[in-house]
Design a binder for this molecule. Structure first.
Ligand SMILES: [Zn+2]
Length: 109
């Protein structure tokens, strides 16, 4: 039915991509843990984050953790919810959730 069966974007994975260019096992891990595997994807690349914040543009293949960190850093630079949401390609509600989670983590009510 579909024109082309894309391959999963996780490094070294040969399975067919289903959603978000990931196979089901990798998508599950990505959604649940923000990472494909233990290993490089479970950590945020500080350089990518800094670059994204500076250029206000998302690099390819960012992890959920990186996306969140980029969103929070953009917020700290005074960008509006809508701007942060647009750059990180999430809904403003997600940005709200990131921000309130951070406030709770800092113990500020
Ligand atoms: Zn995969």
């Amino acid at each position: 039915m579909s024109a082309s069966a894309a391959q999963c974007r996780a490094p070294g994975c040969q399975r067919e991509a289903r959603r978000n260019r990931m196979c089901w096992p990798h998508r599950y891990r990505w959604v649940r843990y923000g990472a494909y595997e233990g290993g490089e994807w479970s950590t945020a690349d500080e350089f990518d984050i800094a670059l994204a914040v500076e250029c206000r543009r998302m690099p390819d293949g960012v992890t959920r953790l990186e996306r969140k960190r980029i969103g929070l850093q953009l917020s700290e630079r005074g960008l509006s919810l809508a701007e942060v949401a647009r750059i990180t390609r999430v809904t403003p509600r997600t940005v709200c959730r990131w921000r309130s989670a951070r406030r709770r983590a800092r113990g500020v009510s």
